[in-house]
Design a protein around this ligand. Structure first.
Ligand SMILES: [Zn+2]
Length: 455
Protein backbone atom coordinates (compact mmCIF):
# COMPACT_ATOMS: atom_id res chain seq x y z
CA UNK A 1 0.00 0.00 0.00
CA UNK A 2 1.21 3.45 -0.92
CA UNK A 3 0.00 6.79 0.41
CA UNK A 4 -0.85 9.59 -2.01
CA UNK A 5 -0.91 13.11 -0.58
CA UNK A 6 -2.67 15.74 -2.64
CA UNK A 7 -1.00 19.10 -2.01
CA UNK A 8 -2.51 22.51 -2.82
CA UNK A 9 1.05 23.77 -2.87
CA UNK A 10 4.19 21.70 -2.41
CA UNK A 11 7.43 23.28 -1.19
CA UNK A 12 10.03 20.51 -1.43
CA UNK A 13 12.89 22.38 0.24
CA UNK A 14 14.96 21.98 -2.90
CA UNK A 15 13.63 24.98 -4.86
CA UNK A 16 12.58 28.50 -3.87
CA UNK A 17 9.05 28.17 -5.31
CA UNK A 18 6.16 25.96 -4.35
CA UNK A 19 4.56 23.71 -6.99
CA UNK A 20 0.81 24.00 -7.42
CA UNK A 21 -1.51 20.96 -7.51
CA UNK A 22 1.21 18.55 -6.62
CA UNK A 23 1.31 15.02 -5.27
CA UNK A 24 3.53 13.25 -2.81
CA UNK A 25 3.69 9.44 -2.78
CA UNK A 26 5.33 7.31 -0.12
CA UNK A 27 5.48 3.65 0.92
CA UNK A 28 4.47 1.98 4.19
CA UNK A 29 7.84 2.69 5.81
CA UNK A 30 7.42 6.37 4.95
CA UNK A 31 9.99 6.55 2.13
CA UNK A 32 9.04 9.02 -0.58
CA UNK A 33 8.67 7.50 -4.07
CA UNK A 34 7.48 10.68 -5.78
CA UNK A 35 7.01 14.38 -5.00
CA UNK A 36 6.06 16.81 -7.72
CA UNK A 37 3.39 17.99 -10.13
CA UNK A 38 0.33 15.74 -10.34
CA UNK A 39 0.79 15.25 -14.11
CA UNK A 40 4.02 13.30 -13.57
CA UNK A 41 2.84 11.22 -10.61
CA UNK A 42 2.45 7.42 -10.65
CA UNK A 43 -1.12 6.06 -10.93
CA UNK A 44 -2.97 5.53 -7.67
CA UNK A 45 -3.95 1.87 -7.12
CA UNK A 46 -7.19 0.61 -5.56
CA UNK A 47 -5.55 -0.33 -2.26
CA UNK A 48 -3.60 2.92 -1.97
CA UNK A 49 -4.52 5.50 0.65
CA UNK A 50 -5.35 9.14 -0.14
CA UNK A 51 -4.54 12.04 2.20
CA UNK A 52 -6.15 15.30 1.13
CA UNK A 53 -4.16 18.46 1.67
CA UNK A 54 -5.37 19.93 -1.61
CA UNK A 55 -6.24 23.21 0.13
CA UNK A 56 -2.98 23.38 2.08
CA UNK A 57 0.67 24.34 1.81
CA UNK A 58 2.76 21.20 2.24
CA UNK A 59 6.44 21.47 3.17
CA UNK A 60 9.16 19.45 4.92
CA UNK A 61 8.82 19.17 8.71
CA UNK A 62 10.65 22.04 10.37
CA UNK A 63 13.94 21.38 12.16
CA UNK A 64 15.26 23.29 15.20
CA UNK A 65 18.97 22.64 15.77
CA UNK A 66 19.03 24.33 19.18
CA UNK A 67 16.39 23.14 21.65
CA UNK A 68 17.51 22.01 25.11
CA UNK A 69 15.16 19.24 26.20
CA UNK A 70 16.50 19.18 29.78
CA UNK A 71 16.08 22.86 30.68
CA UNK A 72 12.36 22.84 31.47
CA UNK A 73 11.56 26.50 30.63
CA UNK A 74 14.07 27.54 33.27
CA UNK A 75 14.06 30.93 34.97
CA UNK A 76 17.56 30.52 36.46
CA UNK A 77 20.74 28.61 35.73
CA UNK A 78 20.29 26.87 39.09
CA UNK A 79 16.87 25.78 37.86
CA UNK A 80 18.57 24.07 34.92
CA UNK A 81 21.20 22.32 37.04
CA UNK A 82 20.15 21.80 40.62
CA UNK A 83 16.58 21.68 41.80
CA UNK A 84 15.01 18.76 40.00
CA UNK A 85 16.30 15.20 39.68
CA UNK A 86 17.46 13.92 36.29
CA UNK A 87 14.57 11.44 36.23
CA UNK A 88 11.95 14.20 36.50
CA UNK A 89 13.80 16.24 33.88
CA UNK A 90 13.70 13.30 31.46
CA UNK A 91 9.93 12.82 31.86
CA UNK A 92 9.38 16.55 31.54
CA UNK A 93 11.68 16.61 28.51
CA UNK A 94 9.59 13.95 26.76
CA UNK A 95 6.44 15.99 27.36
CA UNK A 96 8.14 19.07 25.93
CA UNK A 97 9.59 17.19 22.95
CA UNK A 98 5.98 16.41 22.05
CA UNK A 99 5.06 20.10 22.39
CA UNK A 100 7.83 20.91 19.90
CA UNK A 101 6.54 18.29 17.44
CA UNK A 102 2.99 19.63 17.81
CA UNK A 103 4.32 23.01 16.62
CA UNK A 104 5.39 21.46 13.30
CA UNK A 105 8.95 20.47 14.20
CA UNK A 106 9.67 16.88 13.17
CA UNK A 107 13.35 16.96 14.16
CA UNK A 108 15.45 18.77 16.74
CA UNK A 109 19.00 18.80 18.01
CA UNK A 110 19.34 19.05 21.77
CA UNK A 111 22.90 20.35 22.00
CA UNK A 112 24.01 20.09 25.61
CA UNK A 113 21.90 18.52 28.33
CA UNK A 114 22.52 17.09 31.78
CA UNK A 115 23.11 13.37 32.23
CA UNK A 116 21.64 11.23 29.47
CA UNK A 117 18.32 13.04 29.22
CA UNK A 118 18.16 13.80 25.51
CA UNK A 119 19.67 10.40 24.65
CA UNK A 120 16.95 8.68 26.66
CA UNK A 121 14.19 10.76 25.08
CA UNK A 122 15.60 9.95 21.63
CA UNK A 123 15.81 6.25 22.41
CA UNK A 124 12.29 6.06 23.86
CA UNK A 125 10.84 7.79 20.77
CA UNK A 126 12.89 5.63 18.38
CA UNK A 127 11.72 2.48 20.19
CA UNK A 128 8.12 3.50 19.57
CA UNK A 129 7.23 4.06 23.24
CA UNK A 130 6.15 7.65 22.58
CA UNK A 131 5.30 9.88 19.65
CA UNK A 132 7.78 12.68 19.19
CA UNK A 133 10.25 14.37 16.88
CA UNK A 134 13.54 12.90 15.68
CA UNK A 135 16.10 13.87 18.32
CA UNK A 136 19.81 14.41 17.77
CA UNK A 137 21.26 14.18 21.25
CA UNK A 138 24.26 15.47 23.17
CA UNK A 139 25.49 14.99 26.73
CA UNK A 140 26.83 17.71 29.03
CA UNK A 141 28.90 20.55 27.53
CA UNK A 142 32.66 20.27 27.86
CA UNK A 143 33.73 23.35 29.76
CA UNK A 144 36.56 25.00 31.73
CA UNK A 145 36.52 27.71 34.38
CA UNK A 146 36.25 30.25 31.55
CA UNK A 147 33.32 28.56 29.84
CA UNK A 148 29.54 28.70 29.86
CA UNK A 149 27.94 26.32 32.42
CA UNK A 150 30.68 26.77 35.05
CA UNK A 151 28.45 29.21 36.93
CA UNK A 152 29.14 28.22 40.49
CA UNK A 153 32.02 29.05 42.86
CA UNK A 154 35.18 26.97 42.41
CA UNK A 155 34.49 25.20 45.73
CA UNK A 156 31.32 23.78 44.18
CA UNK A 157 32.39 23.33 40.57
CA UNK A 158 29.99 21.80 38.07
CA UNK A 159 27.79 19.30 39.96
CA UNK A 160 26.96 15.88 38.48
CA UNK A 161 23.46 17.12 37.65
CA UNK A 162 24.79 20.14 35.72
CA UNK A 163 24.59 20.62 31.97
CA UNK A 164 28.35 21.18 32.03
CA UNK A 165 31.27 18.83 32.61
CA UNK A 166 34.37 20.64 33.87
CA UNK A 167 37.54 19.30 32.30
CA UNK A 168 40.98 20.39 33.52
CA UNK A 169 43.20 19.05 30.73
CA UNK A 170 43.17 17.69 27.19
CA UNK A 171 43.34 14.16 28.66
CA UNK A 172 40.23 14.76 30.74
CA UNK A 173 38.41 16.23 27.75
CA UNK A 174 39.27 13.21 25.58
CA UNK A 175 38.12 10.81 28.32
CA UNK A 176 34.82 12.67 28.64
CA UNK A 177 34.29 12.59 24.85
CA UNK A 178 34.88 8.82 24.86
CA UNK A 179 32.49 8.37 27.79
CA UNK A 180 29.77 10.36 26.00
CA UNK A 181 30.31 8.45 22.75
CA UNK A 182 30.01 5.16 24.65
CA UNK A 183 26.71 6.41 26.08
CA UNK A 184 25.47 7.06 22.55
CA UNK A 185 25.57 10.80 21.86
CA UNK A 186 25.15 12.06 18.30
CA UNK A 187 27.16 15.21 18.90
CA UNK A 188 29.43 16.75 21.52
CA UNK A 189 29.04 20.35 22.69
CA UNK A 190 32.02 22.50 23.63
CA UNK A 191 31.50 25.64 25.73
CA UNK A 192 34.02 27.76 23.83
CA UNK A 193 33.26 30.97 25.76
CA UNK A 194 30.49 32.70 27.63
CA UNK A 195 31.77 34.06 30.92
CA UNK A 196 35.20 35.70 31.18
CA UNK A 197 36.06 38.99 29.49
CA UNK A 198 39.19 41.05 29.01
CA UNK A 199 39.21 44.65 30.33
CA UNK A 200 38.12 45.87 26.84
CA UNK A 201 35.04 43.63 27.08
CA UNK A 202 36.15 40.97 24.63
CA UNK A 203 35.07 37.44 25.56
CA UNK A 204 37.97 35.10 26.27
CA UNK A 205 37.96 31.65 24.68
CA UNK A 206 37.60 28.92 27.30
CA UNK A 207 39.95 26.54 25.53
CA UNK A 208 43.17 27.16 23.59
CA UNK A 209 43.42 26.43 19.87
CA UNK A 210 45.49 23.36 20.64
CA UNK A 211 42.89 22.02 23.10
CA UNK A 212 40.04 22.75 20.68
CA UNK A 213 41.85 20.96 17.85
CA UNK A 214 42.46 17.89 20.03
CA UNK A 215 38.81 17.67 21.14
CA UNK A 216 37.34 18.14 17.68
CA UNK A 217 39.80 15.62 16.21
CA UNK A 218 38.66 13.01 18.76
CA UNK A 219 34.95 13.80 18.26
CA UNK A 220 35.37 13.36 14.49
CA UNK A 221 37.54 10.25 14.90
CA UNK A 222 34.59 8.72 16.77
CA UNK A 223 32.28 9.61 13.88
CA UNK A 224 30.33 12.24 15.84
CA UNK A 225 29.63 15.90 15.19
CA UNK A 226 31.11 18.78 17.15
CA UNK A 227 29.10 21.84 18.13
CA UNK A 228 30.22 24.86 20.10
CA UNK A 229 28.83 27.79 22.00
CA UNK A 230 30.94 30.69 20.71
CA UNK A 231 29.77 34.27 20.97
CA UNK A 232 33.14 36.08 20.95
CA UNK A 233 35.58 36.43 18.10
CA UNK A 234 38.29 34.27 19.65
CA UNK A 235 36.00 31.33 20.45
CA UNK A 236 34.44 31.52 16.98
CA UNK A 237 37.87 31.57 15.36
CA UNK A 238 39.22 28.58 17.34
CA UNK A 239 36.02 26.63 16.62
CA UNK A 240 36.18 27.43 12.91
CA UNK A 241 39.86 26.56 12.59
CA UNK A 242 39.30 23.25 14.39
CA UNK A 243 36.43 22.38 12.03
CA UNK A 244 33.55 22.42 14.54
CA UNK A 245 30.56 21.30 12.45
CA UNK A 246 28.10 23.83 13.84
CA UNK A 247 29.07 27.02 15.66
CA UNK A 248 26.29 28.62 17.72
CA UNK A 249 25.96 32.41 17.93
CA UNK A 250 29.19 33.78 16.37
CA UNK A 251 27.97 37.34 17.01
CA UNK A 252 31.48 38.83 17.05
CA UNK A 253 32.92 36.97 14.10
CA UNK A 254 35.26 38.81 11.72
CA UNK A 255 36.83 38.20 8.31
CA UNK A 256 39.43 35.84 9.78
CA UNK A 257 36.66 33.69 11.29
CA UNK A 258 34.78 33.64 7.98
CA UNK A 259 37.93 32.58 6.14
CA UNK A 260 38.51 29.73 8.59
CA UNK A 261 34.85 28.63 8.34
CA UNK A 262 35.09 28.54 4.55
CA UNK A 263 38.23 26.43 4.78
CA UNK A 264 36.95 23.81 7.25
CA UNK A 265 33.25 23.89 6.33
CA UNK A 266 31.91 25.05 9.70
CA UNK A 267 28.26 26.13 9.58
CA UNK A 268 26.59 28.77 11.75
CA UNK A 269 23.48 28.72 13.93
CA UNK A 270 23.09 32.31 15.19
CA UNK A 271 20.10 31.59 17.47
CA UNK A 272 18.42 34.99 17.28
CA UNK A 273 15.16 34.08 19.01
CA UNK A 274 16.51 33.79 22.54
CA UNK A 275 18.21 37.23 22.64
CA UNK A 276 15.30 38.85 20.77
CA UNK A 277 12.83 37.38 23.26
CA UNK A 278 15.01 38.62 26.15
CA UNK A 279 14.84 42.12 24.61
CA UNK A 280 11.13 42.00 23.86
CA UNK A 281 9.71 40.17 26.88
CA UNK A 282 11.87 40.85 29.95
CA UNK A 283 10.06 43.13 32.37
CA UNK A 284 12.07 45.84 34.17
CA UNK A 285 11.45 44.41 37.67
CA UNK A 286 12.89 41.01 36.73
CA UNK A 287 16.48 40.24 37.76
CA UNK A 288 17.61 40.29 34.10
CA UNK A 289 16.03 43.74 33.77
CA UNK A 290 17.65 45.00 36.97
CA UNK A 291 21.07 43.69 35.89
CA UNK A 292 20.90 45.73 32.67
CA UNK A 293 20.56 42.64 30.49
CA UNK A 294 17.89 44.11 28.21
CA UNK A 295 20.13 46.92 26.94
CA UNK A 296 23.24 44.75 26.85
CA UNK A 297 21.41 42.11 24.81
CA UNK A 298 20.05 44.73 22.43
CA UNK A 299 23.53 46.15 21.80
CA UNK A 300 24.96 42.66 21.24
CA UNK A 301 22.08 41.73 18.93
CA UNK A 302 22.63 44.81 16.76
CA UNK A 303 26.37 44.22 16.41
CA UNK A 304 25.70 40.53 15.90
CA UNK A 305 23.33 41.06 12.97
CA UNK A 306 25.83 43.40 11.29
CA UNK A 307 28.63 40.82 11.63
CA UNK A 308 26.46 37.84 10.72
CA UNK A 309 25.44 39.48 7.46
CA UNK A 310 29.10 39.40 6.38
CA UNK A 311 29.14 35.63 6.90
CA UNK A 312 25.90 35.27 4.91
CA UNK A 313 27.42 37.29 2.07
CA UNK A 314 30.47 35.02 2.13
CA UNK A 315 28.20 31.98 1.65
CA UNK A 316 28.44 30.38 5.12
CA UNK A 317 25.39 28.09 5.58
CA UNK A 318 23.03 29.46 8.25
CA UNK A 319 20.93 27.09 10.36
CA UNK A 320 17.84 27.90 12.42
CA UNK A 321 17.61 27.17 16.13
CA UNK A 322 16.07 28.99 19.06
CA UNK A 323 17.66 27.98 22.39
CA UNK A 324 14.20 26.87 23.47
CA UNK A 325 13.94 25.66 27.05
CA UNK A 326 14.29 28.98 28.88
CA UNK A 327 11.45 30.96 30.45
CA UNK A 328 11.71 33.39 27.49
CA UNK A 329 11.72 30.54 24.97
CA UNK A 330 9.20 27.96 26.20
CA UNK A 331 8.89 24.74 24.21
CA UNK A 332 6.56 24.70 21.26
CA UNK A 333 5.99 28.46 21.29
CA UNK A 334 8.69 30.45 19.48
CA UNK A 335 10.62 28.00 17.26
CA UNK A 336 9.38 29.54 14.00
CA UNK A 337 10.13 33.06 15.19
CA UNK A 338 13.71 32.31 14.13
CA UNK A 339 12.60 32.22 10.49
CA UNK A 340 10.86 35.56 10.84
CA UNK A 341 14.04 37.05 12.37
CA UNK A 342 16.15 35.59 9.56
CA UNK A 343 13.89 37.53 7.17
CA UNK A 344 13.57 40.76 9.18
CA UNK A 345 17.04 41.10 10.68
CA UNK A 346 19.39 39.10 8.42
CA UNK A 347 17.79 39.91 5.08
CA UNK A 348 16.81 36.35 4.08
CA UNK A 349 14.05 35.87 1.54
CA UNK A 350 11.11 33.88 2.92
CA UNK A 351 12.03 30.92 0.71
CA UNK A 352 15.62 31.02 1.89
CA UNK A 353 14.46 31.08 5.52
CA UNK A 354 12.22 28.04 4.87
CA UNK A 355 15.14 26.23 3.27
CA UNK A 356 17.41 27.12 6.20
CA UNK A 357 14.95 25.48 8.61
CA UNK A 358 14.62 22.35 6.46
CA UNK A 359 17.21 21.45 3.80
CA UNK A 360 20.14 23.38 5.32
CA UNK A 361 19.42 22.26 8.90
CA UNK A 362 19.23 18.66 7.68
CA UNK A 363 22.83 18.88 6.44
CA UNK A 364 23.88 19.00 10.07
CA UNK A 365 21.45 16.45 11.54
CA UNK A 366 22.12 12.73 12.07
CA UNK A 367 20.83 10.83 9.02
CA UNK A 368 20.34 14.30 7.56
CA UNK A 369 20.28 12.99 4.00
CA UNK A 370 17.01 11.19 4.84
CA UNK A 371 15.07 14.26 6.00
CA UNK A 372 14.68 17.99 5.28
CA UNK A 373 13.65 17.70 1.62
CA UNK A 374 10.51 16.15 0.10
CA UNK A 375 12.01 14.08 -2.69
CA UNK A 376 12.44 10.46 -3.70
CA UNK A 377 14.61 8.49 -1.29
CA UNK A 378 13.93 10.61 1.79
CA UNK A 379 11.41 10.22 4.59
CA UNK A 380 7.96 11.79 4.30
CA UNK A 381 8.49 14.12 7.28
CA UNK A 382 6.09 16.89 6.35
CA UNK A 383 3.66 19.49 7.64
CA UNK A 384 0.58 21.11 6.09
CA UNK A 385 -0.52 24.71 6.64
CA UNK A 386 -3.65 26.69 5.97
CA UNK A 387 -1.92 29.57 4.17
CA UNK A 388 1.46 30.08 2.57
CA UNK A 389 4.57 30.97 4.61
CA UNK A 390 6.02 32.20 1.31
CA UNK A 391 3.43 34.99 1.56
CA UNK A 392 3.67 35.47 5.33
CA UNK A 393 6.49 33.73 7.20
CA UNK A 394 4.85 34.48 10.57
CA UNK A 395 1.99 32.03 9.97
CA UNK A 396 4.43 29.27 10.97
CA UNK A 397 4.03 30.56 14.54
CA UNK A 398 0.24 30.21 14.40
CA UNK A 399 -0.49 26.63 15.43
CA UNK A 400 -4.21 27.13 14.73
CA UNK A 401 -3.28 27.08 11.02
CA UNK A 402 -1.32 23.84 11.20
CA UNK A 403 -3.30 21.09 9.46
CA UNK A 404 -1.05 18.07 10.02
CA UNK A 405 2.37 16.93 11.25
CA UNK A 406 3.75 13.71 9.72
CA UNK A 407 6.91 11.80 10.61
CA UNK A 408 7.88 9.05 8.16
CA UNK A 409 4.41 9.38 6.68
CA UNK A 410 2.61 8.78 10.00
CA UNK A 411 0.50 11.62 11.35
CA UNK A 412 1.51 12.66 14.86
CA UNK A 413 -1.61 13.33 16.89
CA UNK A 414 -0.43 14.90 20.10
CA UNK A 415 -3.01 16.18 22.57
CA UNK A 416 -2.39 19.83 23.45
CA UNK A 417 -2.38 19.16 27.19
CA UNK A 418 -2.04 22.25 29.39
CA UNK A 419 0.40 22.11 32.30
CA UNK A 420 1.15 23.94 35.51
CA UNK A 421 4.39 25.86 34.90
CA UNK A 422 4.99 26.27 38.65
CA UNK A 423 5.27 22.53 39.10
CA UNK A 424 7.47 22.10 36.06
CA UNK A 425 10.33 24.48 36.81
CA UNK A 426 11.23 27.41 39.09
CA UNK A 427 12.15 25.39 42.17
CA UNK A 428 14.71 28.03 43.12
CA UNK A 429 14.82 29.07 46.76
CA UNK A 430 15.02 32.81 46.11
CA UNK A 431 12.24 34.99 47.51
CA UNK A 432 13.01 38.65 46.92
CA UNK A 433 14.42 40.81 44.15
CA UNK A 434 14.99 43.84 46.35
CA UNK A 435 16.70 44.63 49.68
CA UNK A 436 14.60 46.52 52.19
CA UNK A 437 16.94 48.88 54.04
CA UNK A 438 15.32 51.88 55.81
CA UNK A 439 16.51 54.05 52.92
CA UNK A 440 15.04 51.74 50.27
CA UNK A 441 11.71 51.48 52.10
CA UNK A 442 11.54 55.28 52.39
CA UNK A 443 12.36 55.54 48.70
CA UNK A 444 9.65 53.06 47.77
CA UNK A 445 7.08 54.74 50.06
CA UNK A 446 8.06 58.19 48.76
CA UNK A 447 7.56 56.99 45.22
CA UNK A 448 4.14 55.64 46.09
CA UNK A 449 3.16 58.84 47.89
CA UNK A 450 4.29 60.92 44.93
CA UNK A 451 2.20 58.72 42.66
CA UNK A 452 -0.87 59.07 44.90
CA UNK A 453 -0.40 62.85 45.07
CA UNK A 454 -0.30 63.02 41.30
CA UNK A 455 -3.58 61.11 40.89
ZN1 LIG B 1 21.98 26.75 23.90
Amino acid sequence: MKTFVRCGQLFTGREDEAQKEAVQVYDEAGWIAFAGEAAGAPKQGKSDRLVDHSRHFVMPGLIDVHTHLAYGNAKTEEDIDLYSPLEFRALRGMFFAQKVAAAGYTAICSPGDAGQISLSIRNAINAGLFDGPRVMAAGPYLTTHQGLTDWYPTWIGAPETSIGKLVQSIDEAIQEIRRQVKNGVDCVKIAMDGIQRRPDGELIAAFTQEETDAMVREIHRQGKKAVSHAVGREATLYSARAGVDLIFHGFFLDDECIKAMKKTGSMLGPTLTQPKNIMDFTQPFEPAGQKGRIDATAARYKTGCTNLKKAIKAGIPFLTGTDSGFAVTPYGEWHARELELFVDDLGFSKAKALRAATEVNARFMSQGDEIGVLEEGRFADFIAWDGSPLADIAILQDKSRLRGVYKAGQELKIADRPYDPRQVTDFSLSNWNDLYTRERVAELRGGRQRLEAAE
